[in-house]
Write a protein that binds this ligand. Structure first.
Ligand code: FAD
Length: 369
């Protein structure tokens, strides 16, 4: 892989001659932030899998982002990522420009019961600023390990609340560089989804809470943290909930994890990709899984759930990029076949045994919202 990065104006001359001629990097507009060619993405994703971004852009601020997008040729695909806690990057990487917001988008400020946060601010940090300012009602954010940008796109939620409950407005930049502002209604929130145009990049949000006692808020945040540690594989390489909970009228009120469990998928694995023993709506990478194996495992779970219950599960995890090509030779120590972990009963019931990773024992709760 060629890794070339530069800061400052794009002058058409690369700092070293390692890039093949015709690389997309040569067509990048001048920026104040950082442009990197063939930037590895796996290390910045929760799953730790996936190929590189053809070009990675880390804008200095919203003006830099807007100017870049306005000058970028319209045919160049643009993808935005947060901290990739709900994302599967395919093994062939992401063509075009991948944008990752960083410093310049992390400010959080409280004003009365309002909270203004940059899109790269971590949900947990927003919850902590709210706590310190005596703003209640946003503590659910402390249980979501993503950014405000990701929460806006996914309508992130937990423990009975979601972003839609607290959002006042959001700012964004369109693919053509125009600055946009969305009211609550304009976000078109539904369960784990916003209808805001797919190609807009959120830059910030204003949230509203209600007066609360910081100690009481801190107590609720601690409860959330304990519940998460009990019910989710939070220390694993995972992507959060893999599938959305189906509408109750379709699933008979069963959550995604229950359908997956009933279909006998708990502990199911393909190579090092595994359905978590602890929370079977989470996929985990036990070490050397590829994105293709994780995706194939997810599809196998969907197939088995449909066969067992007639319900078609919808991916909640966003899958981006392209498959690796040409196909890697088979038989290089990877087991492509679906198999069950030896400790999981053949009938799919929860295993009484700890998994080989340890810490993945019986399910306490089985699902977050
Ligand atoms: C252990 C674990 C527990 C989790 N628990 C929960 C939970 O309880 N509730 C919940 O809702 N989620 C949960 N998740 C999933 C995830 O944390 C949320 O979906 C989060 O909102 C994703 O934010 P992110 O910054 O990681 O976004 P990413 O995963 O990087 O991206 C997700 C989507 O958001 C888009 N996006 C990101 N930033 C922007 C931006 N600035 N502008 C426009 N689009 C953007 C991406 O393009 C992508 O489509 C969990 C994940 C893990 C790993």
């Amino acid at each position: 892989m060629t890794a070339v990065s530069r800061m400052g104006p794009a002058d058409g001359h690369l700092p070293n001659g390692h890039l093949p001629s015709g690389h997309l990097m040569e067509r990048m507009p001048a920026v104040r932030g950082r442009l990197t060619a063939d930037a590895p993405l796996a290390p910045v994703t929760w799953f730790r899998v996936g190929g590189p971004a053809e070009v990675m852009f880390r804008p200095a601020d919203a003006d830099d982002l807007a100017a870049f997008l306005a000058a970028l040729p319209a045919e160049v695909p643009v993808t935005v990522i947060g901290v990739a806690s709900n994302l599967l990057v395919r093994d062939g990487g992401v063509p075009g420009v991948t944008i990752r917001l960083g410093r310049g988008f992390t400010d959080i400020a409280a004003d009365g019961m309002l909270l203004a946060a940059g899109a790269a601010a971590l949900d947990l940090n927003v919850a902590m600023v709210a706590r310190d300012a005596g703003i209640a009602g946003v503590e659910f954010l402390s249980g979501i390990p993503g950014t405000i940008g990701g929460a806006l796109r996914m309508n992130g939620g937990a423990y009975g609340r979601e972003l839609a409950d607290v959002l006042v407005s959001a700012t964004a930049v369109a693919r053509d560089g125009r600055r946009l502002e969305f009211s609550h209604a304009g976000m078109g929130f539904t369960y784990r989804h916003s209808a805001a145009p797919e190609d807009c990049i959120f830059t910030g949000a204003v949230l509203r809470g209600e007066p609360g006692n910081p100690l009481e808020i801190a107590r609720r945040m601690a409860e959330i943290s304990d519940k998460r540690a009990d019910s989710q594989p939070v220390r694993s390489r995972t992507g959060g909930s893999t599938f959305k909970n189906p509408a109750p009228e379709i699933s008979g009120g069963h959550k995604a994890w229950e359908l997956i469990d009933k279909a006998g998928c708990r502990g199911l694995s393909i190579g090092d990709a595994q359905v978590s023993e602890k929370h079977c709506n989470f996929l985990i990478n036990n070490g050397t899984a590829t994105a293709a194996q994780l995706e194939a495992l997810g599809e196998e779970v969907r197939r088995r759930v449909f066969e067992a219950s007639g319900v078609t599960l919808e991916w909640e995890i966003k899958r981006i990029g392209v498959e690796f090509s040409p196909s890697p030779p088979r038989g290089e120590g990877r087991d492509e076949g679906v198999r069950r972990q030896p400790d999981a009963p053949a009938d799919g019931s929860p295993s009484p045994q700890p998994s080989p990773r340890g810490g993945e024992g019986d399910m306490a709760d089985g699902g977050h919202a």
